[in-house]
Design a protein around this ligand. Structure first.
Ligand code: FEO
Length: 171
């Protein structure tokens, strides 16, 4: 059985993961409108992965005998100035998510909930990749600056990203 406090914190995390999905969906739409379909694809894959992150938490709460309480979603921006700015925002958002996951882990440790610690470790590891992916693209876009040819080359590269569904065990 999960504690009331951890249950509440995970319900809040579900909201953050679904908001992540929403944010990347907004970015995907904006990139499509800029005719950068590869960037749009990258963001769409990212949005789907965020949905999986939320569902993994959702199922875990139920598996541990907890209660799901969904909260209202914030509205993401609809325009993002330029590709570099969008990825800077994505990186800042992932840094925020990492902090939030670490706080969940701190709580699980405090409560001596070993099952929750084991479950949360997956997210701790996943955040290393999430930050690294966004950081790499911030750096590449920083190098590209106003070079349209290089931007279109990167767009073609990002078109190749494929969504791989996360295997989530049902409660
Ligand atoms: Fe679910 Fe991008 O962290």
């Amino acid at each position: 059985m999960i504690s009331k406090q951890l249950n509440k914190a995970i319900n809040e995390q579900i909201n953050k993961e679904v908001y992540s999905e929403y944010l990347y969906l907004a970015m995907s739409g904006w990139f499509t409108a800029q005719n950068l379909d590869g960037f749009a694809n990258w963001m769409m894959v990212q949005a789907k992965e965020e949905h999986d992150h939320a569902m993994k938490f959702f199922n875990y709460v139920l598996e541990r005998g907890g209660e799901i309480e969904l909260m209202a979603l914030a509205k993401p921006d609809k325009t993002f100035k330029n590709p570099l700015n969008a990825f800077k925002m994505a990186l800042a958002h992932e840094n925020f998510i990492t902090k939030s996951i670490n706080e969940l882990m701190d709580l699980a440790i405090k409560e001596k909930d070993h099952a929750a610690k084991s479950f949360l470790q997956w997210y701790v590891d996943e955040q290393v990749e999430e930050e690294s992916n966004a950081d790499k693209l911030v750096k590449q876009l920083g190098m590209i600056k106003d070079n349209v040819h290089a931007l279109l080359m990167l767009d073609r590269e990002l078109a190749a990203r494929v969504y791989v569904p996360l295997v989530i065990t049902a409660p």
